[in-house]
Ligand binder design. Structure first.
Ligand SMILES: [Fe+2]
Ligand SMILES: [Fe+2]
Length: 482
């Protein structure tokens, strides 16, 4: 049974039982490590000595004892191989993947993609299995293969997975990992461009375009996972992270509209580079916590024009991308800056970036403001739609994000704290959440809960999520749980 399977509704079981479950899950990985270690030792002993040798007897007994102990947590032991790595169920075992690398290689070469050991295992079966497993690949082949020999020996409590069984399932985990690397690549590129602006060099526009293309592909593959990345913040290096977040949000929002790839590329470049004009503003002004002097405010207000000037001078930047930098503070009703009153309205790309820009800014902690939670920020967007923001775009944005977008830290109806992990399959109100704290605030081994299974337990409020929380108040970085 997989971890998710365990999240089925447990009717009539109260909070106490759930707390107990968490306590159990905390020790699971450690227990699994112990079982794997003793498995490896027993296998090695069996390769050196006959089964009745003292060393073998001891190592077999040790394994059986640890396995029985493990069974008080779990109904079976499931070791998976993905590429050249061990997974205990869905959890990567980085340490063991290195320590037992030769074992992984051997299992793969013998056509094993995973080993499931059932509770019914007895010592004789285990010993038979080890001696079969230790036979050479050629010999196994000669006798019709390992699985066939296991059948002959009536080994029924150990089930082998076919090679590659888990590759597909863990692909998503790896994808999340590489999407994060791409995020940091993008941050690097924006840093590089900033340096180029400061030293008056030509901008690496092609690098910026590459970053936009990569993110656009990600948005096409899995919009909600990429949106989770856009919750990444960096207090000290706000502008670089902000630029990448605005890129992601704008591409995601743009991809909800009937825009083709080349249009999205232009939008993305504008979004990534929208604040480039801020580079020459001193940090003391950008990070000032008190009100700005009129001179400082003028400096701030000049950044869209400055940014547009910089971009205009670069070959290879589309005019509409330049317009995004120029217009992103002009506001929907043209009441912002710079003065664009001669126009009927600002461009579509500028309106998209404006919504995303303000959303990311509001949800970031700055020296002059506390971060708003996503739902608070979305309420501000709604309040100012029609004046500051294009009302249609605000509606699409909220549809896309849901009230609790991926990466939001929330308190559940059960009192536990979690991070929104994935939107619900059919209904955005019931997303999948990674629970990280129990109702008493205690740390728990993170696990994914489908909120749909809380439906039955929720009484008066009818809400599975009570509220969004400020991550900084709990000192938690939700990103580490995505
Ligand atoms: Fe700006
Ligand atoms: Fe901005």
């Amino acid at each position: 049974m997989n971890e998710q399977g365990r999240e089925q509704p447990r009717e009539g079981i109260g909070r106490k039982q759930e707390a107990l479950d968490y306590f159990r899950s905390k020790g699971q990985l450690e227990k699994a490590r112990e079982v794997l270690k003793l498995f490896s030792t027993a296998k090695k002993s069996a390769s050196l000595y006959p089964p009745n040798h003292e060393i073998c007897i001891n190592s077999f007994t040790d394994f059986m004892r640890a396995f029985k102990e493990y069974l008080s947590w779990r109904e079976e032991f499931s070791l998976r191989i993905v590429g050249e790595e061990f997974f205990f169920e869905e959890k990567l075992m980085p340490r063991e993947s290195v320590l037992y690398y030769p074992l992984i290689k051997e299992l793969v070469s013998k056509g094993i993609g995973g080993i499931n050991i059932l509770a019914s295992l007895d010592a004789a079966e285990f010993v038979d299995f080890l001696y079969l497993l230790n036979r050479g690949s050629d010999e196994l082949e000669r006798y019709g293969g390992l699985r066939r020999l296991m059948e002959d020996k009536e080994i029924e409590s150990i089930i082998l997975d076919e090679p590659g069984t888990w590759e597909e399932k863990t692909r998503e985990i790896k994808e999340r990992h590489s999407a994060r690397e791409e995020y940091f690549d993008a941050v690097d590129v924006i840093r590089e461009l900033a340096d180029q602006v400061l030293s008056d060099r030509r901008l690496s526009v092609s690098k910026a375009n590459r970053v936009v293309g990569v993110m656009l592909n990600r948005v096409g593959e899995n919009r909600s996972a990429v949106l989770g990345l856009a919750t990444m913040k960096n207090y000290d290096e706000y502008t670089s992270f902000h630029s990448v977040n605005v890129l992601i949000l704008s591409l995601a929002l743009g991809s909800m509209l009937p825009l083709d790839r080349s249009a999205l590329m232009i939008l993305g470049t504008g979004a990534l580079l929208h604040d480039l004009g801020k580079i020459t503003i001193p940090q003391s002004v950008l990070k000032k916590s008190g009100p700005l002097t009129s001179q400082e405010w003028e400096m701030m207000k000049a950044h869209p024009v400055k940014g547009a000037d910089i971009l205009m001078a670069q070959p290879g930047v589309h005019l509409l991308s330049v317009m995004v930098a120029y217009e992103h503070h002009a506001r929907y009703d043209l009441s912002g800056y710079p003065d664009v009153k001669g126009k009927e309205r600002i461009g579509l790309f500028s309106r998209i970036v404006e919504v995303c820009d303000v959303y990311d800014a509001m949800t970031s902690a700055r020296p002059y403001q506390k971060a708003r939670t996503p739902d608070q920020a979305m309420r501000v967007l709604v309040k100012d739609m029609g004046t500051a923001f294009d009302p249609l775009l605000v509606k699409v944005f909220i549809d896309m994000m849901g009230l609790f977008p991926v990466g939001t830290m929330v308190r559940l109806a059960t009192g536990e704290v979690g991070v929104i992990y994935e939107p619900g399959e059919n209904d955005a109100l019931w997303p999948r959440v990674k629970v990280i704290r129990d109702a008493e605030g205690g740390e728990v081994e993170p696990r994914i809960v489908d909120l749909v299974y809380l439906k039955d337990k929720i009484g008066e409020t009818g809400q599975a999520i009570l509220e969004a929380l400020h991550p900084e108040t709990l000192g938690i970085d939700p990103q580490t749980y995505l």
